[in-house]
Ligand binder design. Structure first.
Ligand SMILES: Nc1ncnc2c1ncn2[C@@H]1O[C@H](COP(=O)(O)OP(=O)(O)O)[C@@H](O)[C@H]1O
Ligand SMILES: [Mg+2]
Length: 217
């Protein structure tokens, strides 16, 4: 089976300072991978490398068998990548439904996608007219997730899924990501940083949790 994400000996630096010293990762479709590490370990830098915002000084990024190292954002999206950056990209004054409508792909049946999002996250359905700025952190993360899932991305990466959230909320979000992975979304996540990605997995396929640690040398 083709891996959905493969990182081969990734090195990345800011100026002369190298931050990633050779990261190898391989994620299969339908699987969840956590990336763990203390503050400053390089988790966000890894997200930036995968999402094309920072060119690695060495190594390759491969999505679904295609080498996407250094390609443009739209080419990455075509390859199947969707990223929820740190901070979730929520607009405080827009309502839940406005966020979802803005995220809708134009060509497809919008109301069906909306209904699916609300089915995944009933809490959002209850709050569709609430402005996002007044929602809790966990609800905002659900909104960011549901927005990303409108695209049914083969590979979803979440930076800082759990930041600032209560353990119980984090647990619920982890379970959500597991469910999504089982249904067709591979997820990659970390304690502070969570990368989640997915591909249509076969129904009933077990999701195995894996963790990748970034440590000081
Ligand atoms: N834009 C930048 N310019 C210079 N150094 C940076 C920049 N962004 C991050 N760094 C440094 O890179 C290291 C890794 O940061 P980061 O990837 O944000 O870690 P994490 O997400 O694991 O907390 C840190 O030492 C940080 O100070
Ligand atoms: Mg970070």
């Amino acid at each position: 089976m083709t891996t959905i994400l493969e990182l081969l000996d990734i090195r990345a630096a800011y100026g002369q300072i190298e931050v990633l010293h050779g990261i190898d990762v391989s994620v299969e479709p339908g699987k969840v991978l956590a990336v763990l590490g203390p503050n400053g370990a390089g988790k966000t830098t890894l997200v930036r490398v995968i999402s094309g915002l920072l060119r690695p000084t060495h190594g390759r990024v491969i999505i679904a068998g295609t080498d996407v190292t250094g390609v443009s954002g739209d080419a990455l999206a075509r390859a199947g990548l969707c990223v929820i950056q740190e901070g979730r990209g929520i607009f405080p004054r827009l309502t839940v439904e406005e966020h979802l409508r803005l995220a809708m792909p134009r060509r497809r049946g919008g109301s069906e996608l909306l209904a699916r999002a609300y089915e995944h996250f009933p809490r959002l359905a209850e709050r569709k007219r609430q402005v996002a700025g007044t929602m809790s952190g966990g609800e905002q993360q659900m909104l960011a997730l549901s927005r990303a899932l409108m695209w049914n991305p083969p590979l979803l990466i979440i930076d800082e899924l759990s930041m600032g959230l209560a353990p119980k909320v984090v647990q619920t979000l982890y379970e959500t990501v597991q469910t999504l992975a089982a249904a067709g979304t591979t997820a990659r996540r970390g304690r502070a940083d969570r990368l989640s990605g997915g591909h249509r997995a076969r129904p009933g396929r077990a999701v195995s949790r894996r963790r990748h640690f970034i440590r000081e040398e």
